[in-house]
Design a protein around this ligand. Structure first.
Ligand code: CP3
Length: 345
């Protein structure tokens, strides 16, 4: 049993078992809103931080020690799979991620490697380093990018507002898109199984940009591969959370892929989403992260409003609808965690 944890609120909620209060963690909790993050970031590049297990573990532990959250999430990035497959990845300050050799042609796609676990061993080492520090206090969440979202970065060569090239590929050359997606899916299965073997207690699949897709395209180009990944994991007692911005629309399809939890953005009424999903599928979310810029009184009101909606519901993990922005005041994030932890159903 991997989940022999002092605080197993997240695991219980993920499996829709009763909890005395909702567990709390926040996407991008291991990041730039913490001054302590900058103390480390000023000395190393982002990829150096990800690839040096002791540094990745230090950053993973920052929100554990400073915020008292109920789950740690590994400090890494969804694009490390794309890099291992052959993408020349860099992160430039103020620019975001960049692949210098975008995947645009059949030759580019064929050149992508799938036998890459040896290149990702540093992630396994970071997981083991974190678990040595956590000592079973709270669960550690591992993660990967979903094939469509990783494909969008490989094809665009970086972040995109409109996913123009990606959609052109899906529309004009669907076979080529499927070739790339299948390769990413195969790598992601190996990668997540490696994270399980290294000792993560839960997993999250990030399909951050699938909201760009139409209903039909979501099924063909995202859902197919997410289902495949979830069914190919050797995960026994390890819950998996499926995240997509756009989950207020796609939630029923996301649930159909077989995750334990669907992570919901802030457009949706979380209770409506929960009620619309099959019994036993938990939800995660869905505070608008911009609320964390507001006055503490407002932060508390909005969190309690969400809890009022979810009262009496098992299978609820408190999170934001998307990640914490880098300029949100640390004190406000800490306060939000306190409000959640004081609450009782
Ligand atoms: O959640 C956590 O705290 C764990 C670590 C984590 C990071 N990225 C650290 C990071 C996780 C889970 C991710 C996932 C990720 N990465 C996603 C999916 C989540 C989401 O937000 O939808 C995506 C789309 C990426 C790709 C990515 N990585 C982008 C677009 C950027 C630039 C963002 C920006 O605003 O500049 C990154 C860089 C990144 N990933 C940083 C961090 C802490 C910033 C690096 C820095 O310090 O400069």
């Amino acid at each position: 049993m991997t989940n022999n944890l002092a605080n197993d609120l997240l695991i219980r909620a993920a499996f829709s078992k009763p909890t005395e209060r909702p567990p709390v963690w926040m996407m991008r909790q291991a990041g730039r809103f913490m001054p302590e993050y900058w103390d480390i970031k000023n000395k190393y590049s982002f990829l150096e931080m990800c690839k040096t297990p002791e540094i990745a573990a230090d950053v993973t532990m920052l929100p554990v020690d400073l915020l008292g959250i109920d789950a740690a999430i590994l400090f890494s990035d969804i694009l490390v799979t794309g890099e291992a497959m052959g993408g020349q990845l860099s992160f430039e300050q103020g620019v975001g991620p960049r692949f210098a050799n975008p995947v645009r042609t059949r030759e580019d796609a064929e050149a992508l490697r799938t036998d890459v676990l040896d290149k990702l061993q540093y992630v396994g080492d970071a997981i083991r380093a974190v678990q040595r520090r956590l000592q079973g206090r709270i669960p550690l969440i591992g993660f990967a990018g979903a094939p469509f979202t990783v494909l969008s970065y490989l094809v665009e060569g970086g972040s995109s507002r409109d996913f123009k090239r990606t959609k052109l590929l899906l529309n004009n050359e669907p076979d080529l898109a499927h070739l790339i997606l299948q390769k990413i899916a195969d790598v992601t299965v190996d990668y997540l199984n490696m994270q399980i073997a290294a000792g993560v207690n839960a997993l999250q699949l990030f399909d951050s940009w699938a909201q760009a897709l139409s209903w039909d395209d979501y099924r063909v180009f995202a859902h197919t591969y997410n289902s495949q990944i979830i069914s190919r994991l050797h995960r026994k007692d390890i819950p998996i959370i499926s995240f997509c911005k756009g989950s207020s629309v796609f939630a029923p399809v996301m649930a159909d892929a077989g995750p334990d939890v669907v992570s919901v953005d802030w457009n949706a009424d979380l209770r409506n989403i929960k009620d619309s999903l099959p019994q036993g599928v938990a939800v995660q979310g869905n505070l608008d992260p911009f609320v964390l810029y507001a006055d503490k009184k407002v932060i508390k009101e909005k969190i309690l409003q969400l809890f009022e909606r979810m009262r009496g519901q098992d299978g609820f993990i408190f999170n934001l609808g998307h990640g914490i922005m880098p300029d949100i005041p640390f004190d406000n994030v800490k306060y939000a965690v306190e409000v959640v932890k004081e609450f009782r159903f």
